[in-house]
Design a protein around this ligand. Structure first.
Ligand code: CP
Ligand code: NVA
Length: 304
């Protein structure tokens, strides 16, 4: 069986825990090393990763490229618009062809179904690097960050404030797999997809009140109010106005609570400067951890 990494909800809890443990171990093992040096076990030696982007990216693009190099492999990056995909070539043909040329494919796509279609015919592992529906790699990096600062994620309480979007969906999937409570505060018209809410099961609590959501929270997370592809900018700014994460809201979370944001951030919208640039914020550690988490994901894929 080819090991795809399409969504956290699709993996076994034990595999996810093992991936996160490997991410911790790989990060520890290379403290102080130059970024270009490969890990001692080089699990991607002689392997090539293709990275396809239909949307903009800074962190995902650089972290996957750094990750495959640190695993001892090589990467090829392409913007979908420059490929024949951008001129309408069927994604299945792209998948069949790339399966003969590379050892794994990472895709950032507009439509989640395109990643599923690619994976259905790909004979090499496919990694979801963000779709309109989910962002599983981000959440592994977030959990790595939380555990570094607060210890095991199991039993912790995480508050999600703002849009019930792709990143929120992956957090909901993770809550059920890793056993943490997720308290989501969204305006009713921007609530998460009910199919993803269901995957979180009883681990997820949904409210429209940010103060309710941060009660008892060890971690407060938010994201942009306007994701790539969203068109209703003005309506969103109006609906989300009560959902800014400011210091007053952080003060209602548990003592020692930390703040996460996948970035890019819009200071003055979903978060104030004092919070994102303040002592509770872990956003730069979180961004760095994309490399370590994705190395563990790729190593898991290649071990299949
Ligand atoms: N957080 C994240 O995925 O960032 P990029 O869009 O810069 O890749
Ligand atoms: N929800 C955001 C995440 C960006 C990393 C988006 O999809 O644009």
């Amino acid at each position: 069986m080819v090991r795809h990494f399409l969504d956290i909800s699709r993996l076994e809890a034990a595999d996810l825990r093992a991936i996160l443990d490997d991410a911790h171990a790989r990060k520890q093992a290379r403290k102080g090393w130059p970024q270009g040096r490969a890990d001692a076990d080089a699990p991607a030696k002689d392997r090539v990763l293709a990275m396809i982007f239909e949307k903009n990216s800074t962190r995902t693009r650089f972290s996957f490229d750094a990750a495959i190099r640190q695993l001892g492999g090589q990467g090829i990056i392409a913007n979908a618009a420059d490929m024949q995909l951008g001129r309408g070539e069927p994604i299945e043909d792209t998948a069949r062809v790339l399966s003969r040329m590379v050892d794994a494919v990472m895709i950032r796509a507009n439509d989640h179904e395109d990643v599923e279609r690619f994976a259905r015919v790909s004979s090499v592992p496919v990694v979801n690097a963000l779709t309109d529906r989910s962002h599983p790699c981000q959440i592994l990096a977030d959990l790595l960050t939380i555990e570094e600062h607060l210890g095991p994620i199991a039993g912790k309480t995480v508050a999600w404030i703002g849009d019930g979007n792709n990143v929120c969906h992956s957090f909901m999937h993770a809550a059920a797999k890793f056993g943490f409570k997720l308290r989501v505060a969204c305006p009713a018209e921007y609530h998460p997809d009910l199919r993803d809410l269901e995957k979180g099961g009883t681990w997820v609590y949904l409210t429209s009140d940010p103060q309710d959501a941060v009660t008892g929270a060890d971690v407060v997370v938010t994201d942009t109010w306007v994701s790539m592809g969203d068109q209703d900018y003005e309506a969103r700014l109006a609906a989300f106005e009560p959902y800014t994460v400011d210091q007053a809201l952080m003060d209602q979370a548990n003592d020692g609570a930390v703040f996460l944001h996948c970035l890019p951030a819009h200071r003055g919208e979903e978060v104030t400067d004092d919070v994102i640039d303040g002592p509770q914020s872990l956003v730069i550690d979180e961004a760095e951890n994309r490399i370590h988490a994705q190395k563990a994901v790729l190593a898991w894929c290649f071990a299949g």
